[in-house]
Design a protein around this ligand. Sequence first.
Ligand SMILES: [Zn+2]
Length: 59
Amino acid sequence: MMTHETSDTLQYPVEHCATCDETIDVNEWHVAATDCSSDGETAILSFCCKECRDRWKQE
Ligand SMILES: [Zn+2]
């Protein structure tokens, strides 16, 4: 019999969609965009889906 162990101690950073605030499982594929603000700081934004990234780009 096979036992599949799941560990609760594994800690992954939890990302939230920059558009809809949906929680993103960072183990899965997700969309990211680089936000270059006017003061020269670069931020990596995460999105739950392509649609949310497109919505963010339109703003
Ligand atoms: Zn989203």
